[in-house]
Design a protein around this ligand. Structure first.
Ligand code: ZN
Length: 198
């Protein structure tokens, strides 16, 4: 299997370990990198290392940020009493791109999946419940409409209901099994506006 020098093979191997990058793409990227000016490769590698070492979880919503509070949580114009619960930072970005949502978020970093052995304790639910001890008007559950997303939504609604805080679920305008990040803004907004109380 040793077609290339071991350095190139290693580079291809490293790249193909990234999500969504198959063997062919990894090979193309590897050769592209080798053809790039050395300074650009250094800059790329440096940016990756810096991003990895400075990025952390927002103290409040747990999205990825390089500050203690992310720009959304730190924005005084946002309504801190409305919390939209999403599975990951990419879903949060999808809603932010609509520019119409004025509340804040809570990022779970996953969804409950008995099949994969991911239970409620494996996602950031404890932190959500902790936030609900403050003055909150509404929790909007915007997990994906996959089996895992629905299971998580049901679980959260059961947790939140006893607190008396309004719990809503985004409308099913979002296709079943659809990842929020791939859905267009109009559909996302419609799903948000058409949310139903649980
Ligand atoms: Zn935040």
């Amino acid at each position: 299997m040793e077609y290339y020098s071991s350095q190139i093979s290693q580079l291809i191997e490293q790249l193909s370990s990234l999500p969504g990058i198959g063997a062919k793409t990894a090979q193309r990227l590897a050769f592209h990198i080798i053809d790039m000016p050395k300074e650009r490769v250094e800059k790329l590698a440096d940016t990756m290392v810096k991003a990895r070492s400075t990025i952390r979880y927002c103290r409040q919503c747990l999205t990825l940020t390089d500050r203690e509070l992310c720009p959304v949580c730190g924005n005084p114009k946002r309504n801190q009493k409305v919390i939209m619960v999403v599975e990951n930072p990419r879903d949060m970005t999808a809603y932010e791109k609509t520019g119409k949502y004025e509340g804040v978020y809570h990022v779970l970093h996953g969804a409950i999946s008995p099949m994969l052995g991911i239970g409620p304790a494996d996602i950031r639910l404890k932190e959500l419940m902790h936030r609900l001890e403050k003055d909150v008007d509404e929790v909007i559950i915007a997990t994906n409409s996959s089996l895992e997303g629905e299971t998580t939504a049901m679980y959260i609604s059961k947790l939140v209901k006893p607190t008396g805080i309004k719990v809503t679920r985004i409308a099913s305008g979002v296709p079943v099994g659809g990842d929020l990040e791939y859905i267009d803004e109009v559909t996302l907004l419609r799903a948000l506006e058409g949310r139903v109380e649980l």
